[in-house]
Design a protein around this ligand. Structure first.
Ligand code: 13P
Length: 248
């Protein structure tokens, strides 16, 4: 992997309290001393976006949300958050299509969410990945292709879209794909994007049980542009050590 401009995205899921903002101190200091340019992005729960934005204002760290509504502005949608609101809070990114939200989101809805985020000039992290049953039935490529083509339908400019390949069976399980499978699937995703010509420069991240033990091996896989990290990103020391191991 070429590690200039590498992505480290921290997806905090439904974790964190008001005090969690203090756990950014060391990460901010570390990011200021980094020799290489890296993209460090925190996606905390909605409740913490504003405090994370304020805290990281003078650093290179960017903040994002974990989902958004299909509607850009405002509307009568109880419990929902729009791209406009994320932008208003100072968020720069939004994760869309995470497998933990896909029960309520088909590819069509994901496509609308991406369009709403792009209208607000947010950067999108589109998550794709096969379930264990797909893998067992040899349907991984079919699923990935469908998620890419339907999720990105009618989009011309993918400059602001990063793809995160997260095999669902790898999330939170401690199990990661074999080096060979990961290489193969990342290559397949890249080729699928290339076929449509507009998407040749897309960044592709890997997510699913990234930790201190496997990061060195994952770094050996060329063609990955960074990582989407869940559990391990909520501990600042571990998160920093993962970044250190990736970069040095
Ligand atoms: P874990 O790193 O906890 O497996 O979560 C991965 C993930 O879902 C990130 O979006």
């Amino acid at each position: 992997m070429t590690n200039n401009n590498i992505y480290f995205v921290a997806n905090w899921k439904m974790f964190g309290s008001v005090k969690s903002v203090n756990s950014l101190n060391k990460v901010i200091s570390y990011s200021n001393t980094m020799k290489l340019k890296a993209n460090i992005i925190y996606c905390p729960p909605y409740t913490l976006i504003k405090s994370f934005v304020d805290k990281t204002k003078k650093s290179n760290i960017k903040i994002g949300a974990q989902d958004c509504h299909t509607q850009i502005n405002y509307g009568p949608f109880t419990g929902a958050i729009s791209s406009k609101m994320i932008k208003d809070l100072g968020g720069k990114f939004v994760i869309i299509g995470h497998s933990e939200t896909r029960a309520e989101n088909d590819n069509k809805k994901i496509n609308l969410k991406i369009k709403s985020a792009l209208k607000e000039k947010l950067n999108v992290i589109l998550c794709i990945g096969e379930k264990l049953i797909d893998k067992r039935k040899n349907k991984t490529k079919y699923v990935l292709k469908k998620q890419i083509l339907e999720g990105l339908k009618n989009l011309k400019n993918l400059n602001k879209i990063v793809i995160a390949y997260e095999p669902v069976w790898s999330i939170g399980t401690g199990i990661i794909p074999s080096e060979n499978d990961l290489k193969k699937n990342i290559r397949f995703i890249r080729n699928t994007l290339k076929i449509s010509k507009k998407f040749t420069k897309s960044k592709i991240l890997y997510g699913g049980s990234v930790n201190l033990k496997n990061i060195k091996n994952l770094m050996r896989i060329d063609n990955i542009d960074g990582f989407l990290i869940g559990g391990a990103s909520t501990n600042e020391k571990i998160f920093i050590d993962i970044m250190k191991k990736s970069i040095n």
